[in-house]
Design a binder for this molecule. Structure first.
Ligand SMILES: [Fe+2]
Length: 386
């Protein structure tokens, strides 16, 4: 391909208190009633109210769909779309981590394109720009507010559908660290590792370009510097703000470069066992990096440099290994569990690997595995930590 097309939200705001800017943007695109898509936990702890208070302040009507679950299913998207229709909404505000924003993207696409979510499982399958979407991020990891991807679980096949669609990109992305201070350490850790996986997979993905390389490396540097701090002290606003930048850049990087084998496996672990997405990525990342070493050691050496290693006296392979060991050490510090600590069953490994081979992320992986090699990587992770 002789050209590269890039995708990003029309507007992005990052910083403390930036949710106050939402009404100005609603006015700009002429929205008259919002569907707020979120989850019960964010309703309960008052995070959603922070946004609806802003809407109430300017008299902007809204309806709320708050039943989004982790690893959201086709049924949840359909329910949210039904509320949108019944309430006469004309734009969508997704508030949450990846799950509510992914559901909001699904609704946005269905409103303008019709059909069902399954119709958009794959690459660029919609025809029309989605209904305007404001994506308010409450975690520092998934990057969903930045990307053209949304992941919906097909509950019948127990598989995750990766819909990659530039028509689903948010009109406005909001990263306000004051929305994130209530995230518990385990969620901060898991979503932060999701962000790191986005950046590293984008940096070695086949469709990478100079733009994605630059933002991926800076995201890696910031995560190396600030993730453990954000986990240790959730009220550390400098760490939270820098993680906002890191996760946005990681999201933008993978949205434009692609993912890889870590996500291809993690999507299936989520579909099979509801394993939290960030945890699944964090578990698989070092093992997939070891598998990929023969194809992209020089790139992993750059990752080591971004983590702050002086690689001048190391071979490329030693530097790449330093990056992997650094990640494993970070995962110990922030208490990421092992695969054996999850519901993973080795008897499912072949079925999971077969699904992973069809994942939209897999073709971007720098080294194409066989089904057996995917199985071996998973079983190595499983028995290594057991
Ligand atoms: Fe991810």
């Amino acid at each position: 391909m002789a050209f590269k097309e890039l995708y990003q939200p029309v507007h992005l705001i990052i910083g403390e208190g930036c949710i106050q800017e939402i009404p100005r943007h609603i006015e700009a695109f002429g929205g008259t009633k919002a569907l707020v898509v979120t989850d019960p936990g964010l309703m309960k702890i008052g995070t959603v109210k922070m946004v609806t208070d802003v809407l109430d302040g300017v008299g902007m009507p809204y309806a709320i769909y708050s039943d989004v679950k982790p690893n959201p299913t086709v049924r949840i998207v359909n329910e949210a779309k039904a509320v949108y229709d019944a309430q006469g909404c004309d734009f969508i505000i997704g508030i949450g981590g990846g799950s509510p924003i992914d559901v909001a993207k699904g609704v946005s696409i269905l409103v303008t394109n019709g059909g069902t979510v399954e119709d958009y499982n794959g690459l660029e399958l919609s025809k029309k720009k989605g209904q305007p979407l404001i994506a308010v991020n409450t975690t520092a990891g998934t990057g969903s507010e930045a990307t053209r991807a949304f992941v919906i679980t097909d509950q019948v096949r127990r598989s995750k559908m990766l819909c990659v669609d530039s028509n689903s990109v948010a009109y406005l992305a909001i990263n306000d660290p004051t929305m994130m201070v209530h995230m518990p350490p385990s969620l901060t850790a898991a979503t932060g590792m999701d962000a790191l996986t986005h950046a590293i997979e984008a940096y070695v993905a086949k469709s990478r370009c100079p733009f994605t390389d630059g933002i991926a490396l800076e995201a890696i540097r910031l995560i190396g510097q600030y993730l453990a701090r954000a986990v240790a002290d959730g009220s550390d606003m400098e760490a939270r703000t820098q993680m906002c930048w890191a996760q946005y850049m990681g999201g933008l990087a993978f949205s434009n470069a692609g993912l890889g084998m870590v996500h291809a496996i993690a999507h299936q672990l989520g579909g099979f066992y509801d394993t939290p997405h960030g945890v699944a990525n964090a578990i698989m990342l070092p093992y997939v990096m070891r598998f990929n070493m023969t194809s992209c050691a020089e790139r992993y050496a750059d990752v080591a440099q971004a983590f702050g290693f002086n690689t001048g006296n190391l071979t490329v392979e030693q530097a790449a290994l330093a990056a992997i060991l650094y990640i494993e050490e970070l995962e110990k510090i922030i208490k990421i569990p092992g695969l054996a600590d999850t519901d993973f069953n080795p008897d499912d490994a072949v079925a999971i690997a077969e699904n992973a081979m069809t994942d939209t992320g897999m073709p971007e992986n720098p080294r194409q595995p066989s089904i057996q090699e995917v199985v071996e990587v998973m079983l190595t992770a499983y028995y290594d930590k057991k």
